[in-house]
Design a protein around this ligand. Structure first.
Ligand code: UGA
Length: 437
């Protein structure tokens, strides 16, 4: 059992902290934000993440998980310190590492014996070396420590499952002692034979960007294939399925949609390009994926406008789904933002509904008309757009929807509605790369 401090209680820090405590270690999740820590101590989880409440509650009750504002004290008491603070987009697509370096200085100031310092935040290649230097420079008593890169692969909405049952664990370190410390953290995963990749710090840092950028490319690729399907009347679902059966391709992340969003893919693809440029090389395929993603968002707006013979002025449009994907209340870079902004520009009247993200979208469009149910949002609408693949919309009661709307126009940006049902009910519909009417 190790004593561990996780600094940063965003979704990565909180899920990792709760997950590691579930592996049997003693974990303190520390943050300078007093309100957040107060909330957590009171049993409130600041983000919507399925399964997280139970995971936190269980481990707090077992005395393995606690929360603190005392960063220095928590570092002093720990064997391992995880850096899990945010790395938002900085200038020209680079990552803003202010918070990471601040934590590195705090660690340097509080080192009081051998510890492993480990970064979970997504940081550009070379950040590990810089963190090492900062800790060495600030560590007056010259205590011994090792640095590890341990990137996370958690998806919002399934982060708890991804943490407890990961496909792989990446440990980038420079000596056996550090590898052993980290393998001890993840020991329970050995039972599931989870692959643990031991590598250099720089390689670990790159694996994270290479993985996220690859998935972004995969999504943009299938979106462009869907656009070809639109043009020739083919069905992208069948294309995806047939492609995915090939083990070399895999069926995952081949779902066309309104373009990728969230706090990771848009930021990490730009950061990879910035890193490549700084190294005098390039990742043209990733540049194209970003460009295709922007076009995809515009394409969805155009599809909707086409349903109204190119004029949505004065039309009431119900937007179902505001978060960037299902199972999260996160609206960062959500394609729904582009849709709302474009429709507002063209004089449409918007009624919006999301099962959990209404309030977050209201912070972006403070005059947004939000509703507490899809039924209220679609009532008397001239058209409906599905932006997020919530299960609630997959099982939409289409006859009821048709009764509630003024005109049965629907754009399914997630391809979750049954085309035969839409047809038999006389909907005027469109989607992403499937049959339209
Ligand atoms: C992503 C990665 O999947 C995680 O492995 C990684 O840890 C995380 O970024 C991160 O760097 O922190 P996340 O952004 O939470 O996770 O969500 P994803 O499920 O990857 O979806 C990203 C976007 O792609 C969403 O907008 C989603 O709707 C879209 N998407 C995904 C598609 O349009 N089609 C697909 O087939 C899959």
């Amino acid at each position: 059992m190790k004593i561990i401090t996780i600094i940063g209680t965003g979704y990565v820090g909180l899920v990792s902290g709760a997950g590691i405590s579930d592996f049997g270690h003693n974990v303190v999740c520390a943050d300078i934000n007093e309100d957040k820590i107060k909330q957590l101590i009171n049993g409130q989880i600041p983000i919507y993440e399925p399964g997280l409440y139970d995971l936190v509650d269980r481990n707090v009750k077992h005395g393995r998980l606690s929360f603190s504002n005392d960063i220095a004290g928590s570092i002093e008491n720990s064997d391992i310190i995880f850096i899990a603070v945010g790395t938002p987009e900085g200038a020209n697509g680079t990552s803003d590492l202010t918070a990471v370096y601040e934590v590195a200085r705090a660690i340097g100031n509080s080192l009081n014996g051998y510890k492993v310092v480990c970064t979970k935040s997504t940081v550009p290649i070379g950040t590990g070396a810089e963190i090492l230097k900062i800790i060495k420079d600030t560590n007056k008593s010259k205590n011994d420590f090792d640095y590890v890169s341990n990137p996370e692969f958690l998806r919002e909405g399934s982060a708890v499952k991804d943490f407890l049952w990961p496909d792989r664990v990446i440990i980038g370190a420079s000596n056996e002692k550090a590898f052993d410390f980290m393998k001890d953290v993840y020991r329970p995963l050995y039972i599931n034979e989870t692959p643990i990749i031991e590598t250099s710090i720089e390689t670990a840092e790159l694996i994270k960007y290479a993985s996220n950028a690859f998935l972004s490319v995969k999504i943009s690729y299938i979106n462009e294939i869907a656009n070809i399907c639109d043009a020739i009347g083919a069905d992208v679902h069948v294309v995806s399925k047939a492609m995915g059966i090939d083990g070399r391709i895999s069926p995952k992340f081949l779902h066309p949609g309104p373009g990728f969003g969230g706090s990771c893919f848009p930021k990490d693809t730009k950061a990879l390009i910035a890193m490549a440029e700084a190294l005098g090389t390039d990742v043209k395929v990733v540049e194209s994926a970003i460009e295709a993603n922007q076009s995809q968002k515009v394409r969805m707006v155009n599809k909707l406008i086409n349903l109204f013979n190119d004029d949505v002025h004065g039309k009431t449009i119900a937007i179902l789904g505001l978060s960037f994907k299902a199972q999260t209340d996160d609206v960062r870079e959500s394609p729904a933002i582009n849709m709302i902004a474009a429709l507002k520009d063209r004089g449409a009247i918007i009624k919006a509904y999301d099962p959990v993200a209404n309030e977050n979208m209201k912070k972006i469009f403070n005059d947004l008309d939000i509703y507490n149910s899809w039924e209220d949002a679609v009532c008397d609408a001239d058209g409906v757009v599905i932006m997020t693949e919530w299960n609630e919309f997959r099982g939409l009661d289409l006859p009821r929807l048709k009764d509630l709307v003024k005109s049965p126009n629907i754009l399914d940006c997630r391809n979750i509605l049954n085309i035969d049902d839409l047809e038999s009910l006389g909907f005027h519909y469109d989607n992403v790369g499937r049959k339209k009417a």
